[in-house]
Design a protein around this ligand. Sequence first.
Ligand SMILES: Nc1ncnc2c1ncn2[C@@H]1O[C@H](COP(=O)(O)OP(=O)(O)O)[C@@H](O)[C@H]1O
Ligand SMILES: [Mg+2]
Length: 364
Amino acid sequence: MKIGILGAGQLARMLALAGYPLGLEFIFLDPAADACAHPLGEHLQGDYDDPRLLATLAERADIVTYEFENVPAQVAEFLTAHTQVFPPANALAVAQDRLLEKNFFQALGIPTPAYAPVDCLPGLRQAMDAIGYPAILKSRTQGYDGKGQSVLATAADLAAAWHKLNGVPAIVEAFVPFTREVSIIAVRNPNGAVAFYPLSENRHRDGILRVAECKVGDRLQAQAESYVGRLLTELDYVGVLALELFEVEGQLIANEFAPRVHNSGHWTIEACQTSQFENHLRAILNLPLGNTEAIAYAAMINFIGGLPACAEVLTIANAHLHLYAKVSRKGRKVAHATALANDFDRFSDCRDELIALAEKTDCS
Ligand SMILES: Nc1ncnc2c1ncn2[C@@H]1O[C@H](COP(=O)(O)OP(=O)(O)O)[C@@H](O)[C@H]1O
Ligand SMILES: [Mg+2]
């Protein structure tokens, strides 16, 4: 069985690493010659909308999936017409446009920050009367790792923030004074079987995820499951989906969802009976889903912009290193490590040492 993946970055790499024990083969489409999943399968090198390469992908792969949501609608349509594609194209369409995504949350009764669409500077000024300061202006599409976003502290920030977007359609949303950020990763197969991972508590800086910690038995687990469950059902979803949430006054507010495996679920590789990557593959292959229970305390620490020496990480007890084989560049995720232990003190020592090391090597 051959799985086609749009994109050959670290998420595709980890999907392939999870798929080998199940006897799966992989074919990737990615424009970068040095894409980091390249050594793990066949690599079609070229643009995502190259019709010749898409036809080859559809022909050679039994099932196609992807590692990012900004797949042009016509690409998803082409692939859907020629082969099986999971998650479904409608999930992509909603997740890649922040306005459709927020409208979708609202329609399902999932709370969001106050928001308004913005298409011009006067429109932004008008929207701010209702939203209030502080707020965040975000491009509707193509954003990731905080890119395409500006914080609006006062009316003096509006013009510069709008011009930075170069006229692309945007959304403005109220800045949420959250006590913490969490995410929930869930998976659904074509039979409608669903499984949820424990909540992940996430720390970002400059819009980029730094630390994600597994929170077994969190008091907001049930609320998060209810929200993500609605998304899965409504989208008739197949595969892994991640929902990012803010906690405010003990309640959850939705930020965004990703129709794919997610950075905040990397600790599932070591900490759970079945990782998010294996469960994504099981789901798209219509196989029974694996147990999502965590078997230890765990946290994932991203290495961004710079890498410590491999031995520096491996010398830390209970640390598990994942190098992505990517060239270091400012703001780029180049590796992560997972702190894992059954004993809480041993776990938290490892986590804190890894955080300190990541801070030291970070040049983002
Ligand atoms: N409305 C908001 N209020 C407060 N912080 C926010 C808000 N929107 C985004 N952020 C912060 O910026 C980060 C990145 O924004 P997000 O909307 O998740 O975009 P991306 O697609 O880049 O991940 C969030 O994880 C959060 O830390
Ligand atoms: Mg996000």
